[in-house]
Design a protein around this ligand. Structure first.
Ligand SMILES: Cc1cc2nc3c(=O)[nH]c(=O)nc-3n(C[C@H](O)[C@H](O)[C@H](O)COP(=O)(O)OP(=O)(O)OC[C@H]3O[C@@H](n4cnc5c(N)ncnc54)[C@H](O)[C@@H]3O)c2cc1C
Length: 485
């Protein structure tokens, strides 16, 4: 059943639910569907309606305050039924085996507390949800690519699945899930010892407040908002929930997007296709060179892109140089050059973080956030090392000659991002290094869980949503098991 809180004349909530899921994006909707399929009575609270609205979107207003500009704080999220799946691009990939090893490039922090097989135990079901059919996620066969530095990437294309559209009718007719639209979750009531959630408080857009009781609660607001919610709960309760290690809001990670350089693409058969060639840095190479994970797209005839606060100025200077300097003499990357772009791992970094902005509140009285997005020394090493590896891989196969971008050569890269927000409530078995345990339960809380990429301890070089959905299925399954005890 789907109800609209704005239109409800009486309190529509009915007794104690087995599970209250907050947020209806890919993470929350998947947990709710999976838990209900296993017999749980679920209430799914969604802040927005069936369509995006300015009022709801405005709640996400926040500031980028870091050395790296992060305008994605406002443009990378949708606050309505189905969440950000309303405009995701549908590239599906999974983390590499190396992403589940303990690596010394992670600022002394532990990586995933679960094995890769366990993270992707429900991958087949995630594939169905994301409509990727029989497309393989394993490395592709590309006999003309022979460098051991990179292997041709495995990835699939989702339609892309819009969760709100795809599952609306199913949820409408569901007997076990009640979806409540226009229900802004504003706070949690805690038990006396602050170790359990006793009720979830939600407000509609007419400022009417409701209490929802459930045995267990999952917060699935997306990475920035999960941290913001816990930090705001902390402001109300004295200390953020699950913050023994001080990690709520820390280790905010994106995937870097940067033009590594340009190549001449005339003389090799590998460039005869129009499409970009996508290759993944091999685990052996990443390990040997101490680099983070990455996927690189080699596009024979690309368009240069510029990132950061000075992007318009850089673009202008670039254009000028492209029109006055001959191709051989210039260092600039121009339209039509072969271009190497990427999805690069940002290593977890305590100082790259989300904090509350004590000077700005939303209409529900919650502090907005400041996003301080930073590049660490390791990130600079990964970006420049990757550019070197691309150059060597192209040259050693005689596919062309690669020229590394100036900002990377100068040691001051200015990357953009992919709208893959991760890491602000990281998963760790040890509460000293994370916010949730291996089952996504908030440390120190009996019945509060988080879902989505905020729990990623590391982000590898894979688009996050396939992993988000696989983990959400695992969480739904776990919640059904503990509910039965
Ligand atoms: C332009 C773009 C392209 C992308 N392309 C890709 C891609 O190709 N591949 C890929 O893997 N990923 C991609 N992503 C990322 C992908 O969209 C996210 O990984 C995914 O949506 C995360 O799902 P989620 O459920 O955790 O969060 P969201 O989808 O953000 O959902 C959060 C939900 O919580 C609700 N909510 C928030 N606050 C409250 C509250 N207080 N009370 C109640 N409800 C609340 C929101 O309304 C929303 O429904 C892309 C993102 C963008 C922006």
């Amino acid at each position: 059943m789907i109800i609209d809180l704005n239109a409800a004349v009486a309190n529509p909530f009915d007794g104690v639910y087995d599970l209250c899921v907050c947020g209806s994006g890919p993470a929350g909707m998947t947990v709710a569907r999976e838990a209900s399929a296993r017999g749980l009575r679920v209430i799914l609270l969604e802040a927005g309606g069936f369509e995006p609205s300015e009022a709801s979107q405005e709640i996400y207003k926040a500031k980028s305050v870091g050395a790296l500009e992060y305008y994605g704080v406002e443009t990378c999220r949708l606050r309505y039924f189905g969440g950000t799946s309303g405009h995701w691009a549908g590239r599906c990939a999974i983390l590499d085996p190396i992403d589940f090893e303990d690596r010394d490039i992670w600022d002394g922090l532990p990586g995933w507390p679960i094995a890769r097989d366990e993270a992707y135990r429900r991958l087949d079901d995630a594939r169905d949800i994301l409509d990727i059919g029989d497309q393989s996620l394993s490395p592709r066969r590309e006999p003309r690519w022979k460098s051991a530095r990179f292997s041709p990437s495995g990835y699939a294309r989702s339609a892309p699945t819009r969760f709100g559209e795809k599952f609306r009718a199913e949820l409408q007719s569901s007997k076990r899930v009640t979806v409540c639209l226009n229900a802004n979750v504003v706070s949690l009531d805690l038990s006396e010892g602050k170790s359990a959630v006793t009720a979830v408080n939600a407000a509609d857009w007419r400022d009417r407040h409701f209490k929802i009781a459930a045995r267990r609660t999952v917060i699935a607001f997306g990475a920035l908002e999960n941290a913001r919610f816990l930090l705001n709960m902390g402001a109300l309760n004295g200390a953020p929930i699950g913050d023994k290690g001080g990690f709520v809001g820390r280790c905010f990670m994106e995937h870097f997007d940067i033009v590594l350089g340009r190549f001449k693409a005339e003389h090799s058969v590998i460039w005869r296709r129009d499409e970009a060639l996508s290759v993944t840095l091999t685990g052996a190479q990443a390990r040997a060179r101490g680099l983070g994970s990455a996927v690189v797209s080699l596009t024979p005839r690309g368009e240069p892109r510029h990132f950061g606060r000075l992007a318009p100025l850089r673009g202008l200077i670039n254009e000028l140089e492209c029109t006055v300097v001959s191709s051989d003499g210039r260092s600039t990357i121009c339209s039509g050059d072969g271009i190497a772009t990427d999805i690069i791992e940002q290593t977890p970094n305590r100082d790259s973080r989300v904090t509350l902005n004590s000077a700005a509140k939303d209409r529900f009285g919650h502090f907005r956030i400041n996003v301080d997005w930073r590049l660490s020394k390791q990130d600079v090493k990964t970006i420049s090392g990757l550019a070197m590896e691309v150059g060597k891989a192209i040259a050693e196969q005689n596919h062309g000659r690669f020229k590394i971008a100036d900002d990377i050569l100068a040691g001051s890269p200015v990357p953009g991002f992919h709208c893959h927000q991760m890491g602000t409530t990281r998963m760790s078995s040890d509460p000293k290094f994370g916010v949730v345990d291996a089952n996504s339960r908030v440390h120190g809380m009996e019945n509060l869980y988080l879902a989505g990429s905020s729990v990623f301890p590391t982000g590898g070089g894979a688009n996050p949503t396939t992993t988000v959905v696989a983990l959400a299925l695992r969480l739904g399954e776990h919640l059904a098991a503990v509910n039965a005890r």
